[in-house]
Design a protein around this ligand. Structure first.
Ligand code: GLN
Length: 268
């Protein structure tokens, strides 16, 4: 493992907290900020979730229906908060700015908690772990993650724009003169580029990597992994009441096994 974001603590905290009660009750009677129980949302009665839907099994299209672990977890949270979920599929690098400015209530996209994003938004407790892995074409000369950092290495590395994979590759490979990073709007575009030999490998999260390798012949995931991460829900720094309400709902859904049940329905 090259990097380990020390945010496992959030998960430990998440698991040690106990929460009870089904619905969020109003915590204030101030009409200025108590539309739906002490928190405000961009559109009254709705929880808007910004995502980028080329990230199976967290968010993807099943026909023309947007589904996935994040969509179902957000749906369960919205239900607890008495809100209707509205999922919006936008560019991955627009999610954090959209949440920061209050255009969307939450950002949920297998989104890793990292220092850069924490300057712009807050995150809830973590609800899942991610692992950065490397996909190559079968028979590639790249046989381990370490090959990317070897002296004299000069690979073209594909990533999705603004992802942690992009940040790692930029810092660890391009900035050190060990190769070039190409970024793509969608994970699926990065995988197409690998198939067409425009890049030598793609760095991305393990679950989408597995799904994309299964859906595309001739690709394989290297055994060694690149980094461990925590996924959480991004919420505006201006909306602590919503963060508290979402966290409470999330804890209940973790504690009663709902989150695990949702994960198990997508990851066999
Ligand atoms: N977990 C990675 C990140 O947050 C990738 C997320 C994604 O591509 N949806 O940067």
């Amino acid at each position: 493992m090259k990097k380990l974001f020390a945010l496992a603590l959030t998960l430990v905290m998440a698991l040690s907290l106990t929460a009870c009660g089904d619905k969020q009750e109003p915590t204030t009677t101030d009409p200025a900020d108590s539309d739906e129980g002490g928190f405000k949302t961009a559109v009254e009665g709705t929880l808007s979730m910004a995502t980028e839907a080329t990230f199976p099994p967290y968010e993807f299209y099943d026909g023309d229906k947007l589904v996935g672990i994040d969509v179902d977890v957000a749906g369960a949270i919205a239900e607890k908060l008495g809100l209707k979920l509205d999922v919006v599929d936008i560019a991955f690098d627009s999610i954090v700015p959209g949440v920061q400015t209050g255009k969307y209530d939450i950002g949920m996209a297998g989104m890793t908690v990292n220092k850069e994003r924490l300057q712009q938004v807050n995150f809830t407790d973590s609800y899942a772990k991610g692992v950065q892995v490397v996909i190559v074409k079968e028979g590639s000369t790249i046989t381990s993650v370490d090959d990317l950092f070897a002296e004299g290495a000069n690979h073209t590395v594909g990533t999705q724009t603004y992802t942690t994979g992009f940040l790692y590759a930029s810092d660890d490979i391009q900035a050190k003169g060990l190769g070039t990073v190409k970024s793509f709007a969608k994970t699926t575009d990065a995988v197409e580029a690998l198939k067409n030999d425009q890049v030598d490998c793609v760095i991305l999260d393990n679950e989408p990597a597995k799904a994309l390798v299964a859906a595309n012949e001739g690709l394989t995931i290297l055994d060694s992994s690149y980094a461990d991460e925590d996924y959480a829900i991004a919420i505006s720094k201006e909306n602590d009441a919503l963060k508290e309400a979402v966290n409470t709902a999330l804890q209940e859904l973790i504690n009663d096994g709902t989150v695990q049940k949702i994960v198990d329905s997508y990851i066999k």
